[in-house]
Design a protein around this ligand. Structure first.
Ligand code: HEM
Ligand code: HEM
Length: 201
């Protein structure tokens, strides 16, 4: 049965989007800024709050099925794909503040230089590299997530309406083109599922 996300689930989703955007846009530009101990402690506090909210959200949302707003059953392979992307997003949202906290800890231990690629690398350079990589991966995953949400809205599956307060769906699309694309997509999922079920026999 089609359901919609709870008000708390929606507040967590959209509130977290604001927190994430704030984290990305107010980012520390380079290591030397951490000389300002006020900024260093603010960053540490922000990272701890961010981490606490991500963990609370993850455990709260676990009780709800992926695509719980869908009016029709969603292919299993599609559900696993979405679950995988959601999990990868959560992994990034945990690793971002964790590597940030490691940067703060290392800075306090005297690792105050970010070496250029031809200088000798320290543990600080490795953690800074990881911090930047995780941020870049999170951008890619979010672009995929938003594209998938828009595509689902075009199909009119009900998933959009379960989380997004605007442009609510009235029913499945009547567009022959979208219907044809969905049929191709569903047959790819079915082939994928058959492949794995024959392998597991
Ligand atoms: C236009 C922007 C966005 C739209 C339309 C959108 C839409 C949605 C929808 C419809 C769901 C529910 C999926 C389901 O029921 O299975 C969802 C879940 C989710 N969204 Fe978004 N989203 C947007 C932006 C973002 C951004 C920017 C982030 C990360 C900062 C994000 C992170 C997540 C996560 C992690 C989930 C998984 C649900 C959970 O278990 O917490 N979304 N989103
Ligand atoms: C949730 C918390 C955090 C978020 C979302 C975040 C996000 C980011 C992003 C997006 C970048 C740019 C990466 C790139 O250039 O590819 C960055 C860089 C940086 N962050 Fe964070 N960060 C967080 C926590 C922290 C903390 C706690 C510290 C240390 C106190 C920190 C220190 C730095 C530094 C020093 C850089 C610059 C790296 C460089 O020199 O290239 N971050 N952060």
């Amino acid at each position: 049965m089609a359901r919609t996300h709870t008000v708390f689930g929606k507040v967590l989703h959209w509130g977290f989007v604001i927190l994430y955007l704030y984290g990305i846009f107010k980012q520390v530009e380079d290591l030397s800024q951490l000389e300002n101990s006020g900024l260093l402690w603010f960053e540490v506090a922000f990272a701890l709050v961010f981490l606490a909210i991500v963990l609370m959200r993850y455990f709260y949302m676990r009780q709800f099925d992926t695509f719980m707003g869908a009016w029709e059953p969603v292919p299993l392979a599609h559900t696993y794909l979405a679950k995988g992307i959601h999990l990868a997003m959560y992994a990034c949202f945990i690793l971002l503040p964790l590597t940030g906290l490691m940067i703060a800890g290392l800075y306090n231990q005297g690792y105050t230089v970010n070496a250029t690629p031809d200088e000798q690398q320290t543990v600080m350079d490795v953690v800074l590299g990881l911090h930047g990589l995780v941020a870049d991966i999170s951008y890619v995953l979010i672009v995929v997530h938003i594209a998938a949400a828009l595509y689902s809205r075009l199909k009119g599956e009900g998933v959009w309406t379960s989380m997004v307060p605007v442009l609510k769906e009235k029913g499945p699309t009547s567009s022959p083109l979208i219907k044809r694309i969905t049929a191709v997509e569903n047959s790819a999922y079915a082939r994928f599922e058959r492949f794995f079920s024959s392998k597991s026999k």
